[in-house]
Design a protein around this ligand. Structure first.
Ligand SMILES: CC(C)(COP(=O)(O)OP(=O)(O)OC[C@H]1O[C@@H](n2cnc3c(N)ncnc32)[C@H](O)[C@@H]1OP(=O)(O)O)[C@@H](O)C(=O)NCCC(=O)NCCS
Length: 193
């Protein structure tokens, strides 16, 4: 097997990220949400100006994952407004983690998550947070196996409505190491109080 490559994205990758962002978003959500609303969201949020703006923020990083030289996924992390349910007010958001369906189930998703968490550590974050769609069972199980717990919900606008999406958090370092895979329940456990 040819080893996958995960690299830092630059402004030269904007067009690629627009295509990859829209394609992976459509693949992920068209089957579990209203396809027209998914297309509208993808058209708006993966437009060139929106993706270009990712590179204008100092506290943000984007990674691209390639298999056999072909880009098949990406991750984006950023310092953004932290939801009220997250105790660490300096937590950094894992804003996007997406692979094409053809590249899933190969271990690349886990490797990309590890690399994204390393970027969060480099930005000075001690906690990762993310918002997930509650019908995205595959992603929720993936995050639960990797040590994320449910902290609460946050508001997410989609299809002209406000949704209350689960917010998941995890320390950057687990047992003194980053990105230890936890093989546990498929469910997202509640945050210990
Ligand atoms: C969520 C997502 C990034 C996870 O990626 P993935 O490719 O499914 O994840 P991995 O392949 O790393 O892990 C899944 C399983 O593949 C298996 N696997 C198969 N081949 C493997 C290999 N060569 N090495 C390691 N694991 C392998 C593992 O058993 C792993 O199971 P585990 O989680 O119990 O360890 C991916 O499913 C995805 O992009 N989904 C659509 C977008 C999405 O929903 N993003 C999240 C939005 S919040």
């Amino acid at each position: 097997m040819i080893a996958p490559l995960i690299r830092q994205a630059s402004v030269d990758d904007v067009d690629l990220l627009c295509r990859l962002g829209a394609a992976t978003f459509r693949e992920t959500y068209r089957a579990i949400s209203d396809p027209r609303e998914v297309d509208d969201y993808a058209d708006e949020h993966f437009a060139r100006d929106k993706v270009l703006a990712w590179f204008r923020k100092p506290c943000a990083r984007t990674l691209i994952a390639c298999l056999r030289g072909e880009p098949v996924g990406y991750a984006h992390v950023r310092s953004a407004k932290v939801p009220a349910c997250v105790a660490d007010r300096k937590a950094v958001e894992l804003s996007r983690l997406y692979l094409l369906a053809s590249a899933q189930g190969t271990g690349l998703g886990g490797a990309l998550l590890d690399a994204a968490i390393d970027e969060i550590a480099a930005l000075g974050g001690a906690t990762v947070w993310l918002g997930a769609y509650d019908r995205n069972a595959k992603a929720l199980a993936f995050y639960a196996r990797r040590g994320f717990v449910r902290a609460g919900t946050h508001e997410f606008e989609f299809g002209g409505q406000i949704h209350h999406d689960p917010v998941l958090t995890r320390p950057v370092a687990l047992d003194g190491k980053t990105a230890t895979i936890i093989r546990a329940s498929q469910d997202i456990p509640e945050m210990p109080r």
